[in-house]
Design a protein around this ligand. Structure first.
Ligand code: SF4
Length: 281
């Protein structure tokens, strides 16, 4: 980390899911965030210089990648995609979410029943808004405030035509690594929905399964525990300390640790869209 920079998660609370993970140059200016006013002049997001303005929070990140960074993202994505293909999954790479979203939508036929997994990446790239305004039957468990209804929708998602989801990690060897609390997300990735579309920023690419699990315990787990704003009595310890302490039920949100090593026959079922940006947790 560069001197003077701090890791931040910018979450503008009045707007659902507008979030950036990066290193702010002027962290103290986050307190003055307001529509039309810059939050901070510059941030380093996944090694890229990013000008932060209010528009950033509306999903329009003006990236100015150094050529070498874009090259690195592409190379890592290409290696991952090559190995996904060996594991009977299909991979695609797009340098930006603006380029990726229309291409992902091409894989979702009109009138499909589309189930959503809980994913910051999907919300960041704006695809859920696009789906809501179109001719799809959308199953979004996270819109339900009652737990009973949410679980009902999660069960319906298991029979959806398309399951749209993020991933905690994807390895250079072409494996998907995920950890779930209830297990509904990993269950749908493995079996049920006819097609699974996985969207991942380049920050989710890891060397191997071990590094993927390490990433979950050090980043995704604590950040998700914090994001869900659990009541104090049921909050996983990492949601308070920011550090994993390998907690156990009933507090843990790391119950189902799943590595998808491939599809047995249906090459067309799981498609992984890698985007050359830092996305999700
Ligand atoms: S503290 Fe518990 S919930 Fe948090 S990352 Fe570790 S095992 Fe998962």
């Amino acid at each position: 980390m560069l001197a003077g920079h701090v890791p931040v998660m910018l979450l503008y609370s009045r707007r659902r899911c507008e979030i950036i993970v990066g290193h702010l140059v002027y962290p103290e200016q986050t307190a003055t965030a307001a529509p039309g006013r810059p939050v901070a002049e510059w941030a380093i997001v996944h090694g890229l210089a990013v000008r932060i303005t209010w528009r950033t929070f509306r999903k329009e990140v003006s990236l100015m990648p150094e050529p070498s960074t874009e090259w690195l993202h592409r190379k890592r994505a290409e290696r991952t995609i090559k190995n996904l293909e060996k594991n009977y999954m299909t991979g695609f790479y797009f340098p930006s979410s603006q380029e990726a979203v229309p291409k992902i939508l091409e894989h979702i036929p009109q009138d499909s029943v589309v189930g959503l997994g809980d994913s910051m990446t999907l919300r960041q790239i704006g695809i859920i808004t696009r789906l809501e305004g179109s001719n799809y039957h959308l199953l979004d468990p996270w819109k339900e405030s009652s737990m009973e209804k949410r679980i009902l929708i999660q069960r319906q998602v298991l029979l959806s035509d398309i399951f749209l989801v993020g991933t905690n990690a994807v390895t250079l060897n072409g494996e998907l690594v995920n950890m779930d609390g209830r297990g509904n997300r990993v269950a749908a990735m493995i079996f049920g929905p006819k097609k699974v579309l996985v969207v991942a920023g380049v920050n989710k690419i890891v060397r191997d399964v071990e590094e993927g699990i390490e990433r979950i315990k050090s980043i995704a787990g604590p950040a998700n525990a914090k994001r869900h704003e659990f009541p104090e009595e049921v909050c996983p310890p990492c949601g308070v300390s920011g550090l994993c302490s390998d907690c156990r039920p009933p507090l843990t949100i790391c119950c189902a640790q799943v590595v998808i090593r491939g599809q047995r026959r249906d090459r067309d079922r799981i498609k992984v869209f890698i985007i050359g940006e830092e996305l999700g947790l």
